[in-house]
Ligand binder design. Structure first.
Ligand SMILES: Cc1cc2nc3c(=O)[nH]c(=O)nc-3n(C[C@H](O)[C@H](O)[C@H](O)COP(=O)(O)OP(=O)(O)OC[C@H]3O[C@@H](n4cnc5c(N)ncnc54)[C@H](O)[C@@H]3O)c2cc1C
Length: 493
């Protein structure tokens, strides 16, 4: 049997400094990836006085962030200028409490505290870099604004259990852009700014492996620049900002197998885990690698939020007014992967993002729908009758759906939209990554920093680390803010 020769350089195998044939590029800070985290890391490192070279595998800058909605999750400190102008007060404690709940059992209090106290200043910083925010508020329930408005409710703030613990406020701030895709303008401005302050950017440049100096830590990185191997010396440090691992299906199968049910990847295409693997190759620890954002965008139209989800036992399992990503996680873990959204003639509409959704059953009575779905006799009928009784009184004692979304499902015809695995279209990106301090320093298995190595964005495990708690805007908020911290820390190293 012949064995294939392993590549000389791979993210899983660091290069020893003794094996470096020459230094092709020398810099203070090397940033890997020119997306949300990388652009902000480059700006801060450069402004703190370091020489900065950025290596980006794609032909153009921007990463997944340039395809994104451009929505950034910020608030606290009384409110951003946009929140205040639109009549919303937002305290730091409420933002902190919400983010701690959103972080789930592994929430990082120090990281959340730093973010909650500085999110308004971060928003001002984004504006100062040239990112435009119109300043207007768009009421309603959206996945992303399709207008060029700024402020939206982007998570579960107004939904149970979050609304009981933290006073709700809208915190999704979207870069001004008409239609979906404000990330394009966000990233155009951040990447232009990084270059304007003097970061040297190499596109078509794939970072292959870290260079390790046993005595001093990370000495640099091997990069294939325009097809040629370059040995890059980074005197102050290497910052891994290479995104997550959702497109690397082998890694997903290994670390986050539940995400395999999500057929659509939320990615620009280069979230192959190379940043995380490079960190792991030099002893970097990882955190929450099983966690992922998963959405089944069952609305708009917002009327569908007034429907109820049931499982194969005919039972409800979630307050449907929670963030669509939270609902998505509950849907994905139902027994046998089966769930349906029940709607009546008064609220029926086809979900904008999946208009060809399978209508699994239709009937003039809920008993007919129950029978067509093959559910245990009486189960669904009982669930709907109980829901309708309470909804008529504006109550949901089981799941605490807010009164605005409660309405008896009593207007025939009745239907069940299929959110069974196989029928549903779920979209995902990964949240697990390298274990870092809020400064971006990568930690080893003993919790000790690895000299000269930093990570931010989805290469690190940041603020978003619990699929059930995610809200739109948290990834870009985290990547841009903690990218900045990593840039500063590396420049000061
Ligand atoms: C359609 C869509 C909509 C979204 N909407 C939102 C939203 O509104 N709000 C929000 O918070 N999040 C949103 N997201 C998620 C968000 O864009 C990402 O989670 C975020 O961009 C992560 O930032 P990052 O810096 O870690 O990664 P990226 O922005 O993807 O940057 C990573 C960069 O590293 C490069 N790279 C990868 N490997 C290497 C390598 N080995 N060498 C060199 N370069 C490498 C990549 O090409 C990429 O440019 C959305 C994503 C998509 C795709």
């Amino acid at each position: 049997m012949t064995r294939s020769t392993p590549p000389i350089h791979s993210p899983a195998r660091p290069c020893r400094v003794e094996d470096v044939p020459r230094w092709d590029i020398e810099t203070g800070v090397a940033v890997i990836g020119f997306g949300a985290a990388g652009s902000c890391a480059a700006i801060e490192a450069r402004e703190a006085g370091a020489d900065v070279h950025v290596f980006e595998v794609a032909a153009a800058p921007g990463g997944s962030a340039s395809l994104s909605g451009g929505e950034v999750y910020v608030g606290g400190s009384g409110g951003t200028r946009v929140q205040k102008a639109n009549g919303f007060e937002d305290s730091t404690e409420d933002l902190y409490t919400y983010l701690m709940m959103a972080g789930g059992p592994g929430a990082d209090a120090a990281r959340v505290r730093l973010y909650a106290e500085n999110a308004v200043a971060h928003f001002d910083w984004l504006e100062a870099q040239g990112v435009p925010f119109k300043g207007t508020y768009l009421p309603g329930k959206w996945i992303e604004p399709t207008t060029d408005d700024t402020l939206v409710w982007s998570g579960s703030e107004a939904a149970w259990p979050f609304s009981e613990k933290a006073r709700p406020a809208p915190r999704g701030h979207t870069a001004q852009f008409k239609g979906w895709g404000g990330g394009k303008i966000l990233m155009e401005r951040l990447c232009a700014r990084a270059q304007a302050v003097g970061a040297v950017v190499h596109c078509n440049s794939r970072a292959l492996s870290l260079i390790v100096d046993e005595a001093h830590g990370i000495a640099g990185v091997v990069v294939r620049v325009e097809g040629e191997l370059k040995y890059v010396r980074a005197r102050k440090g290497v910052i891994l900002c290479a995104g997550g691992f959702i497109v690397n299906r082998a890694m997903v199968a290994r670390f986050a197998p539940a995400a395999l049910a999500c057929t659509d990847v939320v990615s620009g295409g280069n979230d192959d885990g190379s940043g995380i693997r490079m960190g792991m190759s030099v002893g970097g620890a990882t955190l929450h690698m099983d966690q992922f954002f998963a959405t089944i965008p069952f609305f708009p139209p917002a009327s569908l939020v007034k429907g109820i989800f049931v499982n194969a036992r005919g039972e409800r399992f979630i307050n449907e007014d929670a963030y669509h990503g939270r609902v998505g996680h509950y849907v994905l873990r139902q027994p046998e992967g089966k769930a349906w959204l029940l709607v009546d003639g008064g609220i029926f509409g086809r979900p904008l993002i999946q208009p060809d959704i399978e209508v699994a059953a239709v009937g003039e009575t809920w008993a007919e729908v129950e029978q067509e779905l093959g559910l245990p006799a009486g189960s669904l009928v009982h669930t709907v009758a109980q829901f309708n009784r309470n909804a008529a009184e504006g109550r949901d004692p089981l799941f605490h759906k807010a009164a605005d979304w409660l309405r008896p499902l009593a207007e025939p015809p009745f239907a069940a939209l299929s959110y069974c695995i196989g029928d549903l279209k779920a979209h995902a990106f990964t949240m697990g990554g390298l274990h870092t301090l809020p400064s971006g320093e990568v930690l080893d298995a003993d919790g000790e920093p690895i000299a000269g190595l930093y990570a931010a964005g989805r290469s690190a495990c940041g603020l978003p680390r619990w699929g059930e708690g995610y809200s739109s805007g948290m990834s870009l908020g985290d990547s841009t803010f903690f990218g900045r911290q990593a840039g500063l820390a590396a420049a000061r190293n």
